[in-house]
Design a protein around this ligand. Structure first.
Ligand SMILES: Cc1cc2nc3c(=O)[nH]c(=O)nc-3n(C[C@H](O)[C@H](O)[C@H](O)COP(=O)(O)OP(=O)(O)OC[C@H]3O[C@@H](n4cnc5c(N)ncnc54)[C@H](O)[C@@H]3O)c2cc1C
Length: 459
């Protein structure tokens, strides 16, 4: 296994990482990139084991429903890149099993890759979402044929790919890019049916970085995002050669969706587990700021917090139901129930704005106007700030100001905006969750109940 320092050194591999238009040689020289680098490195140190045969236990498959449940606190605590690595390895393991009957020649290759990746303790990112061009047109009907990643050349020893994957979380910080089709493909779309794991430093790979990291600002004013931020990348594949042993699907249109479907089993559990924690955190912030403002006993404030607690509890109930109804793949890997995971994610995402509205309504305008902690450092200013931000002898001005900074950082500033969009779009957006619900909901039973109520049971 690698230590945090060995991980950092391993990224000095000639990769093309850009930040605000500049090519960055050393990620540690840019604060917005150094913060996530250090976070991932501390994830390495946390799990490091010097035994030469050691493997990071969190990358292994859950082999029972209890094991799956025990993962939840581990998932919400781990850094995002370790989580995408776990999800990627599980995706490949499940996809290999599903491809065995149809494309057997790729299966040993996928399994060998997974084993080696665990041994080498590398980090992998998930490159699924294409640029997509005109959303109403299929990949092969786009004006620009590169709107979806495609094979542009086949050679005896591999293929050359072109295109881009967008919004890729932590791409610049991983060792390999797990590329897979974003959707099902049709005959004629063979070149778009490509899945492979590609080293992030391959010639022709370029990675931009967009981040909510509060560069240049006092970290105390951004208590969460100053130490927890992971950039998202556009990963550009400008005629990138992929060696044959790293290709897991090439041209088999009928199986193009196998990888994305396999990923879905693992990805949403992380999203939902995080949303449950986030909903409780919003309740906590609302309760603390109401108390600090002296409004905790006012009826409309209590009702709003009640509503937030009901929302948080319903999300937790959905997660519990997904775990209680866990299923297993033929290989014995346990994953949460699809329907419960999806409806919980939908509910969490679609109600997030309402919960944040309650929090802002309760907290007041200082969410966005509270003085900075540097203002508190000024000895001349501090007594005034203490006097006017305090709400009584039990609530100091600094304490209350810190609550406002936490609320702004997580819900009303760059990081808060990122949360709002990410909750909606990650894992395929609300539409994707509605489709899963439509497919799995027991509509016949509901219709039968309605017919019975209408006295039309025999109709
Ligand atoms: C912060 C963040 C991190 C992400 N991380 C990753 C990652 O690590 N890896 C990765 O692969 N992806 C990642 N994503 C991408 C995410 O999965 C997509 O944003 C999501 O699938 C929506 O795709 P899009 O952004 O291209 O929007 P669009 O596809 O343009 O969707 C916008 C809206 O149009 C609707 N729509 C689009 N096309 C159709 C259609 N044909 N029929 C009906 N409705 C349609 C959608 O349902 C949606 O409501 C991330 C996204 C965010 C915001």
């Amino acid at each position: 296994m690698l230590t945090g320092q060995q991980y950092k050194d391993s990224l000095k591999d000639g990769r093309k990482v850009y930040f605000q238009g500049e090519l960055i040689e050393d990620l540690e020289t840019v604060p917005a990139l150094a913060a996530p680098l250090n976070e991932v490195a501390s994830g390495y140190d946390k799990y490091f084991n010097a035994d030469p045969d050691a493997i990071n236990p969190v990358t292994m498959a859950p082999m029972s429903a209890a094991d799956l449940r025990d993962r939840i606190p581990v998932i919400t605590e781990m850094d995002l890149l370790t989580n995408t690595t776990y999800q990627s390895l599980m995706t490949l393991s499940v996809a290999a099993a599903r491809l065995e009957a149809h494309v057997p020649e790729v299966v040993p290759r996928i399994r060998a890759y997974v084993e080696q990746a665990r041994k080498d303790d590398i980090r992998i990112t998930e490159c699924i979402t294409d640029a997509k061009g005109n959303r109403s047109l299929a990949p092969s009907k786009q004006e620009d044929p590169d709107s979806y990643v495609r094979v542009v050349e086949r050679r005896p020893d591999g293929v050359v790919i072109r295109g881009a994957k967008l919004h890729i979380s932590a791409a610049a910080f991983g060792h390999d890019l797990m590329v897979m089709p974003t959707k099902a493909m049709k005959p004629g779309e063979e070149d778009y049916s490509i899945a492979a794991c590609i080293p992030a430093n391959s010639p022709g790979v370029h990675m931009t970085n967009t981040t909510y990291h509060p560069t240049g600002r006092d970290p105390r004013d951004f208590p969460v995002s100053s130490h927890r931020s992971i950039p998202d990348s556009m990963v550009i594949f400008d005629d990138v050669f992929v060696p044959a042993e790293r290709i897991f699907l090439d041209g088999q249109t009928a199986h193009a969706a196998v990888f994305a479907h396999s990923l879905g089993l693992w990805e949403r559990l992380g999203g939902v587990s995080f949303m449950v924690e986030q909903a409780d955190e919003l309740v906590g912030l609302a309760s603390l700021i109401a108390e600090a403002n002296g409004t905790a006993k006012i009826s409309h404030v209590r009702e709003k917090i009640d509503e937030m607690m009901i929302h948080a509890t319903l999300l937790r109930a959905g997660l519990e139901a997904a775990l209680a109804h866990a299923n297993s793949t033929p290989e014995g890997y346990f994953y949460p129930d699809d329907m419960y995971t999806n409806v919980t994610k939908y509910q969490g995402a679609s109600q997030f704005n309402t919960m944040v509205k309650h929090l802002h309504d309760i907290a007041g305008g200082a969410v966005v106007t509270a003085p900075s902690m540097l203002d508190f450092d000024n000895p001349e200013l501090r007594p005034y700030l203490e006097k006017y931000m305090s709400t009584g002898s039990t609530v100091s001005g600094e304490y209350r100001t810190k609550l406002f900074h936490a609320i702004r950082d997580t819900t009303a500033d760059s990081f808060g905006g990122w949360h709002f969009v990410t909750n909606l779009q990650s894992g395929g957006g609300l539409f994707a969750q509605r489709l899963v619900t439509r497919k799995n909901y027991d509509l016949e039973r509901a219709r039968a109940l309605a017919l019975k109520a209408a006295g039309l049971s025999g109709a």
